[in-house]
Design a binder for this molecule. Sequence first.
Ligand code: DPX
Ligand code: MG
Length: 560
Amino acid sequence: MTTTVGSYLATRLSEVGIENHFVVPGDYNLALLDKLQAHPKLEEVNCSNELNCSFAAEGYARSKGVAAVVVTFSVGAFSAFNGIGSAYGENLPVILIAGSPNTNDSIDHNLLHHTIGTHNFDYEFEMAKKITCAAVQIKHAKDAPSLIDFAIRECLAKKKPCYIEVPTNMSTQSCALPGPIEGVLYQSPSEPKTLTAAVDAANKLIGSRLKPTLLAGPKLKSAGAEKAFLRLAEALGCAVAVLPAAKSLFPEDHPQYAGVYWGNVSTKKADAILQWSDLTICAGCVFTDYSTTGWTSLQPATHRIEVDSDNVKFPDHYYGHIKLADFLDALAKKVSKNDKSVVEYQRLRPVPPAIKAAEPSAAITRQEMARQIQGIINSKTTLFAETGDSWFNGVQMDLPKGAKFEVEMQWGHIGWSVPACFGYSVGAPDREIVTMVGDGSFQMTVQEVAQMIRLKQPILIFLINNYGYTIEVEIHDGPYNNIKNWNYAALMEAFNANDGHGKGFQVKTGAELAEAIKKAKSNTRGPTLIEIQINRDDCTNELISWGHYVALANARPPIT
Ligand SMILES: C/C(NCc1cnc(C)nc1N)=C(/S)[C@H](O)COP(=O)(O)OP(=O)(O)O
Ligand SMILES: [Mg+2]
């Protein structure tokens, strides 16, 4: 009894939890697409191009935990590499599957279409190795089971993308049947002795400090450690802040929540309490120039315990092979309560400003826009914030219990949010998706709105039209930050063609925005795009301040 390479791959994708795979067809992957489509628990989702396809898969991995994107050789894969770069930087297990030339062609020394015109077709595989945790080429059917299992196992264990190259004449070839999926999913546990030593060291250090705090980072999600983090927070009883890319990973209605820590553009005075603290346990944190506001908010190493996905770093010790959740849980069982930082935070916590509704007929402002968007966020909302001033508008939103927040702060490819929220919604149709995206970003990946119409996804897109690249304007202005304006709302008519239910509104006042939001709520059969036209310089104070420090970091003279 045997199966085929294509069916083997389909079985593995389904067994790891994938129900939809994202595709753009091409002659090198058609036979494989047939095999995937033939699997009773797999359904393909078509995308407009491979850039969007890879971002849609990245978004699907955010809601489902793992994703697959299937493209054709070179012309497809090269575009998909961008979304794979995002998956790598954002710690998301995305399986990139590329159809490739017939295995005889390299032996016959043929030149082929969709290649760079050389006789060697391994360049794509070599490139994929650089941006994945595992890359395999299936050149012989008998090797397919071990190669497919290896790539998927690495992808899931490391929460990084992998690459599987399937020649066009390979999908229908026979190969051995797959064994139990447990052989792919198995991961070695934390090393017990090291775990105990690290927890004892942490407990001792915390006990020696007066006012410890906790800081949540984005890797909490990829490590599946959010609940363990909450348990540690409640065992320690201290103030808890989150990095911007970790917003919503700790409940914002929790009495210990102290806001988003982002240096001098933090929310709720998170910076004050962390700078007051004499030790911060940083769990799953990623400190970059962007997340530290140009390196201005990184606390001294003596004040940090850094708990990463598989290791713990102290100012003077390193402990490897420890899973993040295991460490947090074990420490939660050991620590004594120390609520000094939460007591102090009660003194520092700012009283939230009461933002009044603007005059309904007045020209809409960013502040009025943010006020109205805040008003529609509920426990089922997943808020996507695109790179741009949307980051700052999004980070400042208050999330009720259950609300989620998605941002691509590591990779930061403008336009990501449109295909990503589309893919996320395929994986989580019960979530109410609200996306905040700027005009410049939207122009990069707009086509996937048509796919939202095709799948009848009631996604609500706030398109913030400030007539250009405002982040760049605030970092370093120039003529290159001016973009051609579109009639964005009118696009919905074009995308609807004769069967769509997308709706588009262009709003210039608070009253028009309120009306458009009301109409969006009743549009359950498709996406609604609300284009909000605001003044080019009407941005958050935080963007201006953050842009200033990032520009300073960019401008440092070369060390000679
Ligand atoms: C051009 C660029 N970054 C550089 C960039 C260029 N190309 C890609 C793919 N990704 C990038 N981040 C950025 S942040 C623009 O200000 C985004 O403009 P927009 O979407 O309109 O948002 P804001 O107006 O709020 O800034
Ligand atoms: Mg803009």
